[in-house]
Write a protein that binds this ligand. Structure first.
Ligand code: NAP
Length: 230
């Protein structure tokens, strides 16, 4: 069955690389982000795909969005890659940034999952890949809100897997360490970008997980820079 793959965060970084790695393989790619110009240039590069311009801050709008993307007779796949950073000591974090991290990194993927599950169940199966972070399980100073959002989504993914895997729903929790993407632009004094995981490696890993046979599932995957936490 043709896979209909919704990739959030497709306009940049890891999501963009996942789209490139999945292009030309007979899937239907639904590429979500806010920046329409970036989605258009990705579609040019992929030579396929449908732009889904959407602000995931609009949590209420997610069920309607999913209804508009649903196509019966397809195997639905959700790649939750959209995410934002925002680091600093807990007392110094801008509260608006904290709320936005919880909204985009945690609530939006949860709502997308919830909205897509009925479609997956009717299709006889489906796949969800959450791009989390090593911050979901490692205690990293400066990452209180970010780590919380990722740890919460990790637990959500595990519970969804426990609830639905016998109905054919495959959930993968991918935890990359520092990856060289535009998320690091403007963070001078941060980790050495040349030591980070190249973003196309993470994109290829996502494609590999999605294209594995149905005989098994990659439940959890930690992908680290060679030197570990940078
Ligand atoms: N890079 C790393 O070191 C690293 C490590 C571990 C995990 N991660 C995770 O990997 C994921 C991808 O990050 P990245 O490094 O690829 O970052 P990136 O290059 O900055 O890409 C972030 C993506 O999220 C989308 N996004 C942000 N806010 C959005 C909103 N309100 N509505 C819709 N889309 C939104 C952006 O699209 P628009 O701006 O077009 O909306 C963009 O496509 C994130 O979840 C991040 O936490 C990154």
């Amino acid at each position: 069955m043709t896979k209909r793959i919704l990739i959030t965060g497709a306009s940049s970084g890891i999501g963009r690389e996942a789209a490139l790695a999945l292009a030309g393989k007979g899937h239907e790619l639904l590429l979500l982000g806010r920046r329409e110009d970036a989605l258009a240039s990705l579609i040019d590069e992929c030579r396929e795909g449908t732009a889904v311009p959407f602000d995931l801050g609009d949590i209420e709008g997610i069920p309607g969005l999913v209804s508009s993307l649903r196509a019966d007779g397809r195997y639905p796949v959700l790649v939750n890659s959209a995410g934002i950073g925002g680091f600093g000591l807990a007392a110094e974090l801008d509260w608006a940034v904290v709320e936005q991290q919880i909204r985009i990194n945690q609530l939006a993927p949860m709502r997308l999952t919830q909205a897509m599950l009925p479609w997956m169940l009717e299709a006889g199966g489906g796949q969800i890949l959450n791009v989390l972070s090593i911050a979901a399980t490692s205690v990293l100073a400066g990452c209180s809100a970010y780590g919380t959002s990722k740890a919460a989504l990790l637990m959500f993914g595990k519970v969804v897997s426990a609830e639905y895997r016998r109905k054919g729903i495959k959930v993968t929790n991918l935890m990359p360490g520092a990856t060289d993407t535009p998320i690091w632009d403007g963070s001078e004094g941060g980790p050495d970008r040349s030591q980070m995981i190249p973003s196309d490696v993470v994109g290829a890993t996502i494609a590999n997980v999605i294209e594995r046979p149905h005989t098994h599932n990659m439940d959890e995957l930690v992908l680290m820079p060679t030197f570990g936490i940078l």
